[in-house]
Design a protein around this ligand. Structure first.
Ligand SMILES: [Zn+2]
Length: 302
């Protein structure tokens, strides 16, 4: 059951505007194409304009040329909790690929049978506009919030996450107490997320001709031993931490195994180095420091 206050705020959501604004934003291509001088800035300017119209305090921060973050703040009532709830979104979209393969042009935001077609309509201009419209409804309703609402529309989510890293470096994250990530998750509400560690381990031996292995040190065997240990560590972590209600079990997955690390591989050359990348996914209760220590200890023992 909604309260009267919640009903009042919802009455300020203009559904046609949500759709119209999503179309407007999808029609601004924001694929990062430096060779063509294209990036997120026009989309970020559009977001900034909406936030200013709503009356938010706005910040436009250039992360790298052409790639800004936009931050908007709806201030809570004086003497409130001082807490901040964040809505997070990104302005970039992945490439449309071969535009001729699209049934509807990728940046047309055409609506057919009640569905909008366009690159970024789902991931995640629709979500970003929903957040803007939610804040607008809160602002227009005049409801007095106990804390601040902060909207962060960051760049480069699809690449190296430069936008959110900059957001953190600038200290914005320090004041955020909780966040709603407006990414599409097939209409599921996700209340937890796995952590990630990417670990690179390099075994260094001594290069030798394959016909004379005793003149060198093969880097493949210690790596093989390490991989066996990683599998044991994974099994132990699963035993200790079990299955999380929503996230399932933790994992340690070798994803890239490369030898030699540099130069041409050859049938008759024993490589000097072998490397592995471990993609480690964590669930609550696990300690990344402990896992890093265990990997270091295993490598030292081998
Ligand atoms: Zn996304």
């Amino acid at each position: 059951m909604l309260t009267d206050l919640e009903r009042k705020v919802l009455s300020f959501v203009d559904e046609d505007e949500v759709v119209r604004w999503t179309q407007e934003l999808v029609r601004i291509p924001s694929v990062y194409r430096p060779e063509k001088g294209e990036a997120e800035e026009p989309a970020a300017r559009w977001v900034e304009k909406r936030l200013k119209e709503i009356g938010l305090e706005t910040h436009f921060e250039i992360v790298v040329p052409g790639r800004p973050n936009v931050i908007g703040i709806l201030h809570g009532a004086e003497g409130g909790s001082g807490k901040t709830l964040m809505f997070e979104g990104h302005t970039d979209v992945v490439t449309e690929g071969d535009a001729s393969q699209w049934t509807y042009p990728p940046f047309s935001a055409q609506i057919v049978d009640g569905k909008m077609y366009g690159r970024g309509a789902n991931d995640m201009k629709g979500g970003l506009v929903a957040a803007i419209c939610a804040i607008k409804a809160l602002a227009q309703s005049g409801v007095k919030l106990g804390g601040d609402i902060l909207l962060g529309a960051v760049c480069d989510e699809e690449g190296h996450m430069l936008g959110i890293k900059h957001f953190v470096e600038q200290g914005w994250a320090d004041r955020v107490d909780a966040a709603i990530i407006c990414e599409p998750e097939e209409n599921h509400l996700c209340i937890s997320q796995k952590g990630v560690m990417w670990v690179r381990v390099v075994a260094t031996g001594k290069m030798a001709h394959g016909a004379m292995p005793l003149t060198g040190v093969n880097s493949a065997y210690p790596m093989a031993a390490l991989l066996v240990r990683m599998r044991e560590l994974e099994a132990e972590q699963i035993r200790t931490h079990g299955k999380h209600e929503f996230l399932g079990q933790p994992s340690i997955t070798p994803t890239i195994l490369r030898s030699p690390v540099h130069g041409e591989p050859q049938n008759n050359v024993m490589p000097e180095q072998t490397e592995v990348i471990l993609d480690i996914r964590l669930i609550p209760g696990q300690s990344p420091e402990e896992i890093a220590d265990r990997i270091r200890a295993a490598a030292d023992e081998i």
